[in-house]
Design a protein around this ligand. Structure first.
Ligand code: UDP
Length: 320
């Protein structure tokens, strides 16, 4: 199979590229290296079945040629990370809305099956446990830039479903919950790489808010298997799936676990959201996915628990 991965030099994209190459597929990556990096795909660059194009998904010409070449498209390219969204909302909105619209328009032109990566952010402040694919989206004011991410990703989903319903374009959508593993950078706010590097330097571990907010973390390798299974499964077409972990943990507990796994002497510090992000910042209190739908359809399962993931991230950050 010939696979086009947009954002294929990013954290998740690079693992996905490796997995398709290992399976014997041919991979084209388009990535503008804004948050991705060549280091992520270093081991693939000289592989005969791997092709890298350094460009943005906003470049119609580049995307047109690649879309025509490939059998399926996995669209991961997006502005990611709460910090990035708050710091550069305009660029984030543009990439996430216009980029996805272009991907879908060209996918439709060539009638190529398209996977759209969405996010648990789409549920917004809905703290129901667990979150089911049909649950409500609850957002704060447009004055707060953070909600633009949820809104743009929701628009991507609407667009993809509209292409499916009106043009019969085969699309499949997955909402990824906090995905973690080696190679993820803490530069755009992601908590696990930030805590791990703070712990390894014995610097304060910075817990935002009171630390009682919870998340479920998923190993990137599991997410990648989930994406590939959904792309391969014809019955997934036109559907939305949660992909995420099953172990709910508070950020306070995460800080303690990271500290223990890294054998660190870091103090744990609490920082108000207004200092960490912006005045009036609103966080999700709990975020736990119902993954019954993807389990039933493609037999998805998580193979790494949190301690195993943290051990891998600690080992990676230590050798960097
Ligand atoms: N967080 C934190 N300290 C950090 C970075 C993040 O306490 O240095 C918190 C953040 O406020 C959120 C959780 O960790 O409650 C997960 O943040 P992340 O940005 O990784 O993902 P999110 O779930 O917000 O998309």
């Amino acid at each position: 199979m010939r696979v086009l991965i947009t954002g294929g030099a990013g954290f998740i994209g690079s693992y996905l590229s490796e997995a398709y190459i290992e399976r014997g597929d041919e991979v084209w990556v388009i990535d503008d290296l804004s948050t991705g990096s060549l280091d992520n795909v270093q081991s693939l660059l000289h592989h005969a079945r791997f092709h890298f194009v350094n460009d943005t998904v906003l470049n119609r010409e580049a995307l047109l040629e690649l879309t025509g070449t490939c059998d399926v498209i996995v669209h991961l390219a997006a502005a990611v990370g709460v910090r990035l969204i708050i710091e550069d909302p305009l660029k984030s909105i543009h990439t996430n809305v216009v980029g996805t619209e272009l991907v879908l328009e060209l996918a439709n032109k060539f009638r190529k099956k398209t996977f759209i990566a969405s996010t648990s952010e789409v549920y917004g402040r809905n703290s129901k446990v667990p979150l089911h694919e049909d649950d409500l989206r609850i957002y704060g004011s447009t004055v707060l830039a953070r909600w633009s991410y949820a809104a743009t990703k929701a628009m991507d989903e609407f667009l993809a479903l509209a292409y499916f319903r009106t043009k019969r374009l085969p699309v499949v959508i997955a909402r990824l919950f906090n995905t973690v593993g080696p190679r993820q950078t803490g530069r755009y706010g992601m908590v696990v790489p930030r805590f791990v590097s703070q712990a390894l330097r014995n610097d304060p571990i910075t817990v935002y808010g009171d630390g009682t907010q919870t998340r479920t973390f998923t190993y990137v390798g599991d997410v990648v298997r989930g994406i590939m299974a959904l792309v391969d499964e014809p019955r997934a077409t036109g559907e939305i799936f949660n992909i995420g972990g099953e172990e709910e943990i508070t950020i306070n507990e995460l800080a303690a676990r990271v500290k223990a796994v890294a054998a660190s002497s870091s103090p744990i510090e609490h920082i108000p959201y207004s200092e960490a992000y912006q005045e009036g910042f609103e966080d999700m209190e709990r975020r736990v996915p119902d993954i019954g739908k993807i389990k039933r359809l493609v037999g998805y399962r998580n193979t790494y628990d949190l301690d195993a993931i943290l051990a891998k991230v600690v080992e990676y950050e230590r050798t960097r």
